[in-house]
Design a protein around this ligand. Structure first.
Ligand code: HEM
Ligand SMILES: *[C@@H]1O[C@H](CO)[C@@H](O)[C@H](O)[C@H]1NC(C)=O
Ligand SMILES: *[C@@H]1O[C@H](CO)[C@@H](O)[C@H](O)[C@H]1NC(C)=O
Ligand SMILES: *[C@@H]1O[C@H](CO)[C@@H](O)[C@H](O)[C@H]1NC(C)=O
Ligand SMILES: *[C@@H]1O[C@H](CO)[C@@H](O)[C@H](O)[C@H]1NC(C)=O
Length: 518
């Protein structure tokens, strides 16, 4: 091979590297220059050369640690601090004394949408809060059927040990059981559709990392390329969703105008959505394509989050030093409750799984999704003043250090200990007549608080948490009762990327069907 093409290739690579490096440097320097000088940074040394871009890079791999360190150093004194981050720019962290304040500030002052996800209008939120949450329990038989079927097909029924990827198995159970309620039985069990929705969710975060590396002027072009996978996967999902929504829409409208038209509205999210859209009667909100996209966004908000939570809980339980004992205690509870409810996971039965609820809550406390909670963008032109008098500029991101709070001994006794029954013990002791004459303060998985933030807290707190909780508990209870999982000596560690901590998606488990014990 002649050396010329090689030299050209190396030269081009070097040019590209220089290009990206200078874009990153400019962007990082600009982002950092907005932050008032008096604010202390964690993870950035102002005196080193290229400090902004280097600290952003460190933020990419380590900001979860920076949030924790800053919490001990500054939050504990009631002070704010700043952590550099790759995609989202510097994160200004406010101390926990301001949690009640940030939890209840409206969108036009501190925007949640610009930090989490923007679904265009409030239709989804309204649907989840009103219809989906109200219906919890009503569809448990359907949800259970999907969970049981998907576990049988992945984990087997022959009692042989199998090695399976945890995350990928759970995402199938979560995806098909949730979509049974979102889009009905037929599409809900279509794996082509479900996996396309799941992949779309992943594409969105990957493309945002890639796009971050381009300057504003090149963004439109870069965006076209970077979002090829997004369009490919959303295209597959929409191929199924659009006709379904269009058909439902037409049927409902026709039924409205012609009572003789024989059509029974299926009870699912698509129907609720079309009804709500017709009530609103604006052209954008009643476009079937928009509504179909809304279902894709619903999948985006629910499937990965739920799967991560279930995966972390499973890993945390089975890698505890006393895993066997914990599994026994959880199994005992699940089997007693199920027997008391005639073998059916009713809403009431699920609400009795105190130990399992505590296990999920404790796992989310220790293996949360991220370093921050309640990230908000300042929308007030000219900036605003925090409750302690500190001024913050317009467009910066502020939030609280979730892990810092979750591991603070001021809020938790022995915070570094994974104590599975931390939240259910007081209730069980009370029910056994061992403590007090007043029931202890409710600390369920769905109860957000100033010291427990995996769903956020306050006006933007996750509206899907009741639905998620119901599904996760049914999944894990079914798994505990019907399958056996080999414990881990060391928990497969989660991975810190930018401002979030990601569950080990490659981790596998050894699992087999249990022999029925009566
Ligand atoms: C265990 C699973 C889940 C976790 C950990 C989770 C977590 C979160 C968090 C942290 C937020 C942002 C809160 C804030 O900024 O203050 C959020 C918002 C949201 N979540 Fe969830 N979520 C989960 C499941 C779901 C499910 C199942 C759905 C839908 C059925 C859903 C729909 C939403 C929506 C629509 C928002 C935006 C709410 C708003 O901006 O007002 N989530 N979620
Ligand atoms: C419905 O059917 C009845 C009886 O067949 C008929 O009298 C009526 O006109 C029909 N209504 C409409 C709206 O078509
Ligand atoms: C919906 O809006 C259109 C005009 O935008 C109007 O003509 C129509 O009567 C409205 N329908 C209902 C049911 O309110
Ligand atoms: C998982 O991630 C959280 C958040 O970064 C971290 O605090 C926790 O220690 C991690 N747990 C394990 C077992 O790796
Ligand atoms: C904040 O962002 C908005 C929207 O991108 C922009 O119009 C505005 O000029 C920004 N303000 C400052 C002070 O940078």
């Amino acid at each position: 091979m002649s050396p010329l093409p090689l030299v050209g290739l190396v030269g081009l690579s070097i040019l590209l590297l220089i290009f990206f490096f200078s874009v990153q440097t400019q962007k990082a320097t600009r982002d950092h220059s907005v932050i008032p000088n008096a604010f202390p940074w964690v993870g950035r040394n102002k005196n080193e050369i290229f400090s902004s871009v280097r600290s952003n890079y460190r933020g990419l791999v380590n900001s979860v640690q920076h949030f924790k360190a800053g919490y001990r150093k500054y939050s504990k004194l009631g002070l704010i601090y700043v952590v550099p981050a790759w995609t989202r720019g510097p994160q200004i962290i406010i101390p926990p004394s301001m949690t009640p304040w940030i939890a209840n500030i409206p969108e036009n002052i501190l925007s949640a949408k610009e930090c989490t996800f923007d679904n265009g209008n409030d239709l989804l939120g309204v649907l989840i809060r009103k219809e989906l949450t109200r219906s919890i329990g009503q569809f448990n038989n359907e949800i259970f059927e999907e969970i049981d079927l998907s576990m049988q097909s992945i984990f087997g029924t022959d009692g042989q040990w199998r090695k399976v990827n945890i995350y990928n198995s759970f995402i199938k159970s979560v995806g098909s059981s949730a979509n049974r309620i979102f889009v009905g039985k037929e599409l809900g069990s279509n794996m082509d559709f479900i996996m396309a929705s799941v992949k779309f969710a992943k594409d969105v975060s990957i493309s945002s990392y890639i796009l971050h590396m381009f300057p504003k002027a090149l963004k439109p072009v870069a965006s076209w390329f970077a979002t090829i996978p997004n369009r490919y996967h959303s295209g597959i999902a929409m191929k199924y969703l659009r006709p379904l929504v269009q058909q439902r829409f037409d049927d409902i409208v026709r039924k409205r105008d012609d009572p003789n038209f024989s059509f029974e509205e299926p009870d699912d999210v698509v129907t609720w959505m079309v009804r709500e859209a017709l009530k609103r009667n604006t052209s954008i909100e009643t476009s079937p394509a928009e509504l179909a996209y809304g279902i894709l966004l619903l999948n985006f908000a629910s499937i990965t989050t739920t799967t991560i939570t279930a995966t972390n809980t499973l890993l945390d339980i089975h890698s505890a030093p006393n895993a066997e004992e914990l599994v026994e205690a959880l199994r005992e509870e699940a089997s007693v409750v199920l027997r008391e409810h005639n073998g059916v996971w009713t809403k009431q039965a699920i609400s009795k799984l105190y130990r399992l609820d505590s296990a999920i809550r404790e796992s989310a406390r220790m293996s949360g999704i991220g370093g921050t909670a309640m990230a908000r963008k300042v929308k007030v032109p000219g900036g605003m003043t925090l409750p302690d008098g500190t001024w913050v500029p317009e467009n910066v991101t502020i939030g609280v250090a979730m892990d810092g709070i979750h591991f603070d001994e001021e809020f938790y006794e022995n915070p570094l200990k994974f104590d599975l029954f931390r939240f259910s013990r007081p209730r069980e002791q009370y029910l056994a007549g061992l403590i007090g004459d007043k029931p202890p303060v409710n600390e369920d998985f769905v109860t957000t608080s100033e010291r427990w933030l995996p769903f956020g807290h306050g006006i933007h707190g996750c509206p899907g948490r009741f639905f998620a909780s119901n599904n996760i508990k049914m999944m894990l209870a079914h798994l505990l009762l019907n399958y056996e999982v080999q414990p881990w000596k060391v928990r497969p560690p989660n991975i810190s990327i930018d401002v979030i901590s990601v569950v080990p998606m490659q981790a596998t488990m050894m699992i087999r069907r249990r022999v029925a014990k009566m």
